[in-house]
Design a protein around this ligand. Structure first.
Ligand code: TXA
Ligand code: MG
Length: 340
């Protein structure tokens, strides 16, 4: 299959992509978080093709995207007040709410669960595509399973060209990490995946919000994942990534005495000049949003450099830093060295 690259600025691009979705095809779609792999969320067969294209395990459910709040009513069985409050505060935007699903959601989309994740993205091209298709759109991140999520159309083409009908190029994504996933099917609500909407912001609206232990810790053997995606090794570059916790001074001393062939530093802007190994930077030390924006591109670059060992700087797990920490610690397979 030849994958069409459509420029979202072209006046017919969105309509062409919408027709592909209505016909049961797959389209790489820009959102404010990462690119999604879009299909008709009400068509089980179309959704099933997503799993094949990505090489995604069939038990990992898909998020359903809407472009108007009222579309939610046909997709869920119950709509608690808390969901309405969160929507008022954070939608459109990088928040996914997990709710009891309605009978209209095919089993392929919910992967056999009784719930469905709903998201109302803010990206104008995503919203235009959902509206033009006239359907809710199922979309996981548009990467090959196990690779870092794509934040440009080129990343999607790299992973999925030849396997999907089209990619709609809307430029690089703003947030850069995937949406916050919050389940409202438990009491109190529970954070399953941190993202652009922070835990602190959720608590300011809802009061008590728990954090699933899989956000910061490896899943214990035999324990069922609240969010199936958390049990898979994610965001993994081919290199062995090790997080070094401690001051920059301690980091620099460690890296400069462990510089074997193939070692690369994943560090903050401006730190490279003091290091004796090649560097990939992912934002300023105090700038969580910039780190989120640049992280996945940086992880992809490590692969292109054929890095063998990567020593990574990593932010404190608060604010947007929690999302960056969560992705990095998975990229590192939970390998953290505490310096000093
Ligand atoms: O920002 C995003 O959320 C992007 C863009 C495209 O919207 N999408 C995305 O989808 O990251 P995906 O499939 O790569 O990640 C969704 C995560 C997975 O870990 C999945 O297990 C979890 O959300 N999830 C989806 N539906 C769920 C449900 N009903 N219950 C629990 N977890 C769910
Ligand atoms: Mg994903």
């Amino acid at each position: 299959m030849q994958t069409q690259l459509l420029n979202a600025n072209d006046p017919h691009a969105v309509e062409t992509a919408a027709q592909i979705i209505r016909d049961g095809g797959l389209v790489g779609m820009p959102t404010e978080t990462v690119y999604g792999l879009a299909a008709n969320a009400l068509d089980g067969k179309a959704a099933a093709r997503i799993f094949v294209a990505k090489g995604r395990p069939m038990d990992n459910p898909l998020i359903v995207h809407i472009s108007e709040f009222d579309q939610i009513h046909q997709l869920v069985r119950e709509l608690p007040d808390s969901a309405v409050q969160l929507a008022e505060e954070f939608w459109p935007g990088p928040l996914t709410m997990v709710l009891p699903k309605s009978a209209r959601i095919p089993d392929e989309v919910s992967a056999g669960l009784d719930t469905v994740g709903i998201r109302f993205p803010s990206h104008p091209v995503a919203r235009a595509l959902i509206t033009a298709a006239g359907l809710p759109i199922a979309a996981p991140s548009a990467n090959t399973s196990g690779r870092p999520s794509p934040t440009t159309a080129a990343h999607v083409m790299h992973d999925l060209a030849g396997k999907i009908e089209a990619v709609l190029d809307g430029g690089p994504c703003g947030v850069g990490v995937e949406s916050t996933v919050l389940t409202l099917a438990t009491n109190p609500p529970r954070l399953l995946r941190p993202g652009g909407v922070t835990l602190e912001q959720l608590r300011s609206v809802l009061g008590k919000v728990d954090m699933d232990s899989a956000v910061l810790n490896p899943l214990k053997e035999g324990v069922k994942a609240a969010s199936p995606g958390m049990k898979y090794k994610h965001y993994s570059p081919k290199a062995n990534v090790i997080i070094l916790e401690g001051s920059f001074e301690a980091y620099r001393n460690y890296v400069n005495t462990h510089c074997e062939e193939g070692t690369v530093a994943l560090c903050y802007n401006g730190e490279g000049k003091e290091l004796k190994v090649p560097c990939v930077c992912y934002g300023g030390e105090q700038n969580g949003s910039q780190q989120a924006h640049e992280l996945f591109e940086a992880l992809r670059r490590l692969d292109e450099m054929n890095a063998k060992t990567v020593y990574a700087r990593c932010p404190e797990p608060t604010g947007v830093g929690l999302a960056v920490y969560n992705r990095l610690i998975r990229a590192a397979g939970f390998e953290v060295l505490h310096l000093e």
